[in-house]
Every structure is written in C-alpha cells, then in structure tokens.
Design a protein around this ligand. Structure first.
Ligand SMILES: *Cc1c(COP(=O)(O)O)cnc(C)c1O
Length: 366
C-alpha cells in the first residue's frame, strides 16, 4: 500500500528532452554534452542520463570522481558514453578514473603529470581534457602554462586529448567585455592544439553565439528548466516541480502572530494554510524578501518564518483544504523567479531539494 503523497519533486523527462532539442538547435554544429553534476542538479542522475542518452547525448560531464563512477554504472556497458570528470586527476584518482573509463579534465600541471605518469605505468594511452583558465580563476592551467606544456616534448606523452576547454565567468544576455577577453585568450591557446576539439560554452555561452561555444558545449541549467541568463526564457521549458500538500487551514485574528519568533503579525483577519514543506526539504529560509507559493490560480504570500517542516501561506479569500497542493516552483512559478525571491539562483534551488522529498518522474527514461 503506497503512502499518501507528501512533498514531491516531479521531474518531467519529456520537458528535459525538449530542452535538449532546443539546446541542440541553438548550438548549431556544436555537440551538446550535458553536465550532470550534483545528481543532475538534484533531479536524479539515473533517469536524467538514461533519457538524455535516448535523445542522443554521448558525452557527459560530472564534477566528482564518485559521480563519474556512479554515472558509468548507470549507463552500463550498453551505453558507452564518454564521461568527463571536472575535478580531474586529483590525488589517488588515476587508477579509479582509468578503471571506470573516465576522462579527467586536467586542471593543472601536477594533474597533467599524474595522468601521464599513470599512462606510462599502464603502458597504454589514456584520454584527457585540457582545461585552460581564461579569467575565471577557478580550475585550469594558465595560458602560459599550456604554452610551456606544448613546448615540452613529452609534456602530454601517453595522453590523447579529447578536448581543450575553458569556462566563462559571466552569464549576461549581452556579450560582456569579459566574455571577449576570455574568448581571445581561449583562441590563442586552442591554436596550439589544432587537432583537438574545443569546448567553451555552458548554458549562457552557447546562447551568446558561435564564438562562445567551441565544438562541444556543456549545458547544465538550461536542460533542467532554468533560463540561460538567470531569468525565464521562452525557449526553455520547466522541468522540475516542487509541491507539497496543505496539512491544515486555520483562521488567524487581527493582532495574532504566525510562526516562530512571532515574526509576522496579522493586521486583519486571515485564512492561513499550513503546508508540509520546510527548510529540511530544501526551501531556503534566510531570504528577507517576500516569498510565494502558487495556489488556486495565483501567487500567495508566505507568512512568518519558514520552519523545518512547515510553511504558512496566506490563502485569505480562496477555498483551501487539507490535501490541496501548493507549488513552490514549476509550470506556474518559474524556477528563476522563485530563486530570485529566495535570494539565490535556480542552480541552488534545484540542487538543494533534499532527499526527504519524493522524486516522481513523468515520461520515459528508456
Ligand atoms: C557547472 C559547469 C557547467 C554547466 O554550467 P551551466 O551554467 O549549468 O550550463 C559547464 N562547465 C563547467 C566547467 C561547470 O563547472
């Protein structure tokens, strides 16, 4: 006997597939290699990658080695996709990377040395991706380090580069001077590797135009329903819906308070729905901005503080009853808007939904 529905995270795999198609159209000649780090931004690695494989994706990016291992397991031998691990060849990772046929993104000269040394130990060629830092100052070789590497005769001996990549710092809808500066540095380095394919744009870059894509693009957020520039975009469909049931509806008299700290005080008579969702489910508590849930055809304000398991919602003037569901984000509330209200970005809202929330998948993942 199945339990009654509690807080639920519904993932529409058909919408995911539609976004993958939209990105492919936008990317033109570039290959689309989905980024599926952090459990596919919280949506669930296995169903997401199975569906993306079915739609034609043949290269994926994870952040951690453990995610790469899990992804290799999820794909199995019948889906031999390339898996690139963004953290790269960290200490002691080499044997595990090789054993699971994972391609490290080589982020520093020590990582290059680790991987080439391991190739020598094995006596065979290993594949790698070379990451150039063009201004983000996060991971990657500086352009001058890449140049020195090329000039060293055995600098990459035993490693076959699949890609030379870089990552943009900005996600503005117009090309920023920073984007151009990064593109210029990237072009200068990729010219040193004329035989190797390039990978530059993530979600934002691939929507900025050809110069910011490279031959392989690495989108994450746009596949999962966020806009490329952190606002809703008509080309991208919502994929994830977070909703939860009303547990109780109560009347609050003028002058009474709602929730912890008596932080909200009613100025007039209210009807309040207490919803079974809280910060332990991943609803961020800290924002001081007005927050909303969607109920009975409109956005309704949160009242008072968010508790671990509960939120109070102003349902004055509409019919509300226990069991009726409130949407936090989804088709009616774009995740970019809900994120802005929560003082953050869609990436954090999506990936923060906790394991307590039941995942439900719509559409096929085969
Ligand atoms: C996370 C990440 C991406 C995907 O970024 P989106 O903005 O979600 O498309 C691509 N490349 C790198 C290096 C990343 O860390």
């Amino acid at each position: 006997m199945s339990l009654p529905a509690e807080a639920r995270y519904t993932i529409d795999l058909d919408a995911l597939a539609a976004n993958f198609s939209a990105v492919r159209r936008e990317a033109e000649a570039a290959e689309v290699a989905p980024v599926v780090k952090a459990d596919a931004y919280g949506l669930g690695l296995e169903p997401v990658v199975r569906r993306l494989w079915a739609e034609g994706a043949r290269r994926f990016f994870t952040a951690r080695l453990s995610e790469g291992v899990r992804l290799r397991g999820a794909l199995g031998t019948s889906r031999p996709a390339a898996i690139c691990v963004l953290d790269g060849c960290t200490d002691d990772a080499a044997p595990h990377l090789a054993a699971h046929d994972l391609t490290p993104v080589l982020n520093s000269l020590p990582q290059v040395r680790e991987w080439t040394a391991y190739a020598r130990t094995l006596g065979r060629t290993l594949s790698g991706v070379l990451h150039i830092d063009t201004g983000l100052n996060r991971l990657g070789l500086r352009p001058e380090e890449a140049r020195a590497l090329v000039q060293t005769s055995d600098g990459l001996h035993g490693v076959e580069l699949e890609l030379v990549m870089s990552h943009l710092a900005c996600a503005d809808p117009e090309v920023a001077p920073m984007d151009v500066a990064q593109a210029e540095r990237f072009e200068a380095v990729t010219a040193l590797f004329p035989q190797v394919r390039t990978s530059f744009g993530a979600s934002a870059g691939l929507f900025l135009g050809e110069r910011f894509r490279g031959q392989v693009v690495r989108p994450g957020i746009v596949l999962y329903g966020g806009g490329p520039f952190q606002t809703p975009d008509p080309r991208i469909r919502p994929v994830a819906t977070l909703d939860a049931p009303i547990l109780q509806v109560r009347s609050v008299a003028p002058g009474e308070s709602v929730g912890y700290g008596a932080a909200y005080r009613a100025e007039r008579a209210l009807r309040v729905a207490v919803v079974g969702l809280g910060y332990a489910d991943g609803v961020l508590r800290a924002s001081e901005r007005p927050r909303y849930g969607w109920f009975a055809g409109a956005k309704r304000a949160f009242l008072g503080r968010i508790s671990m398991d509960l939120i109070a919602l102003d349902v004055t003037g509409c019919e509300a009853w226990p069991g009726a569901r409130v949407e936090l984000f989804g088709p009616n509330v774009p995740v970019d808007e809900a994120a802005a209200d929560a003082g953050t970005i869609a990436f954090e809202l999506l990936s923060n939904v906790s394991s307590r929330v039941q995942r439900v998948y719509l559409g096929s993942d085969l």
